[in-house]
Write a protein that binds this ligand. Structure first.
Ligand SMILES: Cc1cc2nc3c(=O)[nH]c(=O)nc-3n(C[C@H](O)[C@H](O)[C@H](O)COP(=O)(O)OP(=O)(O)OC[C@H]3O[C@@H](n4cnc5c(N)ncnc54)[C@H](O)[C@@H]3O)c2cc1C
Length: 414
């Protein structure tokens, strides 16, 4: 399919080219749809700031056991997705089956890790407790104060920045048109009213499959407009800010800011030695009650994260955030002092009221959401893209528990 054809009469316009939008665009395009994706700055935002952990076990919070079916399935999807993406983009995305170590720095932490491991056991999750000696045998450069650790051998990582770049290449090679434009508003489309009966796709024939003579939604940008029968909002934390979305369809998403740091060997004399990462697993710990993680890339770089606060839409990196992350990380791996600080970044996690994603149709015919991936967006994106593609290409329902409808409010009540 030629680029101009996709631009002139797209079947689908996707708003936002973070990992959610790019993965969705790729699957839809491979399925035969003509896709245009609009974003002034593709693959930056939270997709750029993230650490890239694919960690359903160690990311699991008490009270969120019902998230596991989704996150475990998402983790299973990653190896084949990574292989396919690397082949399409012709470069590595740094997918590593490295496992995760959760280190205990004091007796209280050690007790807490035992409790966590018991919780994992009740859910049938793979994790075990290591003694201090066993922990140091695996990770000799952890702080000597480490008392024990929990190991989750199935929690892995991908280099999210390489994955974002690879997705841009893959979608363009597949025929997706990426337009560097900022979406200001939607208008048009079929008339709508709130109600379950209206959760239908204007582009489907009765026999299944997509037809594109349906009413079109106009997507206005800072530089013109695009039209398509299907519009998918993948604008992360900014999704609710787009004008023209009727209140009952407005994404129930709020921004939760987080900072991450990248440390690396730099260009010093001991470069060859320093290129060996200081740790080989993803390492997590609690320091004075604050969670910290260090995610080692094969290049010797280490990603340190993450702060968490709710301050609206600002993405400036705060001095206090950098100081806290560095202080806490060196309590766990003192050797980070010898690395160069090569990058600081802040991103907005798109959070929903129940921490589950928003996936599928809204009450506005033709308008779909694929957002609200919260703190697991890198992990979830491939699976979510598959689900949306199955819906649009084969008419398979998206899981009801992720339906945007669950937060739908009557018109005018927001
Ligand atoms: C510090 C930090 C660490 C994290 N670590 C992990 C991790 O280890 N593992 C994990 O799975 N997840 C992690 N996450 C979460 C993950 O980054 C997000 O869930 C994920 O990036 C969400 O992807 P997205 O595409 O929905 O949003 P984003 O990546 O934020 O992308 C949204 C895109 O929409 C575009 N956009 C916005 N408004 C408009 C508009 N009006 N018009 C056009 N385009 C628009 C933006 O330019 C942007 O490109 C982390 C997040 C943070 C902040």
């Amino acid at each position: 399919m030629g680029r101009s054809q996709a631009t002139a009469h797209p079947d689908v316009v996707i708003v936002g080219a973070g990992i959610a939008g790019l993965a969705t665009a790729w699957r839809l395009c491979l399925g035969g749809m003509k896709v245009t994706i609009l974003d002034p700055n593709p693959a930056r935002a939270a997709t750029w700031t993230a650490a890239g952990m694919l960690a359903p076990v160690t990311e699991l919070a008490y009270g969120e056991a019902h998230h596991l079916a989704l996150t475990m399935k998402a983790a299973e999807r990653w190896p084949s997705f990574a292989e396919e993406l690397e082949a399409a983009a012709e470069h590595s995305i740094g997918f590593q089956t490295c496992g995760t170590l959760y280190a205990a720095l004091d007796a209280g932490d050690a007790t807490e890790l035992k409790r966590l491991q018991a919780f994992h056991g009740t859910l049938g999750l793979e994790s075990s407790i290591l003694t201090a000696t066993e922990t140091r045998d695996l990770e000799p450069l952890l702080s000597p104060t480490v008392r024990s650790a929990l190991i989750a051998p199935g929690d892995h990582q991908v280099d999210n920045r390489l994955a974002g770049a690879a997705l841009i290449t893959a979608v363009e090679r597949a025929g997706v048109h990426i337009e560097h434009a900022f979406v200001t508003a939607l208008d048009g489309g079929a008339s709508w009213s709130a109600g379950r009966d209206n959760l239908s796709l204007p582009g489907f024939s009765k026999s299944g499959g997509f037809v594109s003579e349906a009413p079109r939604i106009r997507v206005r940008t800072d530089d013109g407009s695009f039209e398509a029968p299907i519009v998918i909002i993948c604008a992360g934390s900014w999704s609710p800010l787009i004008a023209g979305i009727p209140d009952p369809a407005r994404p129930a998403v709020r921004p939760v800011r987080g900072e991450s740091l990248r440390l690396g060997p730099g260009s010093g004399e001991s470069l060859a030695a320093a290129r060996q990462p200081l740790v080989s697993h993803n390492v997590r710990a609690l320091v004075h009650g604050r969670p910290i993680y260090l995610v080692p890339r094969a290049t010797g770089e280490i990603v340190i994260g993450a702060t968490s606060d709710e301050r609206g839409y600002g993405t400036g990196v705060l001095a206090g955030g950098v100081r806290q992350l560095l202080d806490d990380a060196r309590e766990v791996v003192p050797g980070i002092d010898e690395l160069e600080l090569i990058d600081t970044s802040a991103g907005l996690r798109p959070a929903t009221p129940d921490n589950l994603p928003l996936l599928g149709p809204t009450v506005m015919p033709g308008l779909l959401l694929a957002t609200g991936y919260w703190r697991n967006g890198i992990l979830l994106a491939p699976l979510m893209a598959d689900m949306l593609a199955s819906y649009l290409l084969a008419g398979e329902q998206c899981p009801q528990e992720y339906s945007p409808e669950r937060f739908s409010t009557p018109a005018g009540s927001l």
